[in-house]
Write a protein that binds this ligand. Structure first.
Ligand code: GLU
Length: 300
């Protein structure tokens, strides 16, 4: 693994669609550990763009778990989030997304799309549950940008995106063949993860994204979108391992999803959770408890 440039700004960005679990603890160990080791700043961002699945109670639970773990964000505190609207909660930021969308639209890069997932899957002979490559059905159809249509940005056949992941090394991804014209807002007027996260990472000055390998395939399209939006200096990326058994097997969904609040209720300490998360993501050989103050040592 290459060391990040000291003084970076990163983020911890849970979605309040459920409780924090061991997978989040792994991400937190990498995010806070690297930040404390390399003089970085950690911003908390609540990624509640999916209005259908997010719940205020989950957000409260996330804030409480962070407080219990001692994971204090730099900048806005968990109490700032509790107190009301803040710029780092996606649902408080509609105006910012509207503005960025309008800029793309003014450049002729946005079109309205009526296609459902099922229709795209049928048109491309793909399985609806898998990642779909948009076949361009509504592009050039003059479907106006208005309510009840999805909004896509035109992804043309530029050179593939290249980036050098701090842990995984050089990567090449081609958004045109991976996903095609990217959905930014869906037919219910909800901002998509790809769009919201790209705008936020730019606006919040995130210059190092630290997240799990499950999001590796999103990186090329986020880089492309950031450039289309006008970001000239892209962030660096570090994708960390997902939870693994000590012997390398993947953890079952149920043990990955073990809620931190449940562990706490059965007597686990934060140090014990950090120790297990460090072991299961390959940062230490065993599950020896690891206090918050020594997370940085995992990255010496
Ligand atoms: N909100 C995403 C999650 O909870 C993280 C997105 C990201 O790190 O880019 O998995």
């Amino acid at each position: 693994m290459r060391a990040p440039i000291p003084g970076f700004t990163t983020r911890f960005a849970p979605a309040p669609t459920g409780a924090l679990h061991l997978g989040h603890a792994v991400n937190a160990v990498w995010v806070w550990g690297l930040a404390r080791r390399f003089s970085g700043t950690v911003l908390l961002r609540i990624e509640d763009h999916d209005r259908g699945r997010c719940r205020p109670a989950y957000e409260q639970g996330i804030l409480d778990d962070l407080d219990w773990l001692g994971l204090a964000p730099d900048g806005l505190t968990t109490d700032d989030f509790r107190a009301g609207p803040v710029p780092q909660r996606q649902s408080d930021n509609t105006a910012r997304y509207e503005m960025r969308l309008a800029e793309l639209e003014a450049r002729g890069l946005v079109f309205g799309c009526r296609c459902s997932r099922a229709e795209i899957a049928r048109a491309t002979n793909a399985h609806e549950e898998l990642e779909l490559v948009y076949p361009g059905t509504c592009r050039g159809q003059g479907t106006g940008v208005r309510d009840q249509v999805g909004l896509r940005v035109i992804i043309s056949g530029e050179a593939p995106e290249r980036f050098d992941d701090l842990r995984l090394g050089p990567q090449i991804q081609d958004p045109m063949t991976q996903c095609g014209d990217l959905l930014m807002r869906d037919r219910l007027s909800q901002w998509t993860y790809q769009f919201a996260v790209t705008v936020d990472d730019w606006e919040q000055g995130i210059d190092l994204v630290i997240r799990g390998e499950d999001l590796l395939a999103s990186t090329g399209r986020q880089l492309r979108l950031a450039r289309l939006l006008g970001r000239t200096t892209p962030p660096a990326f570090l994708h960390h391992p997902l939870l693994r058994h000590p012997d390398g097997r993947k953890l079952s969904k149920s043990s990955q999803d073990t809620g931190l609040a449940e562990l706490r209720a059965t007597g686990w300490t934060p140090a014990r959770i950090f120790g297990l998360a460090a072991q299961l993501s390959g940062l230490q050989a065993d599950a020896t408890p690891r206090p918050l103050a020594s997370l940085a040592d995992l990255f010496d």
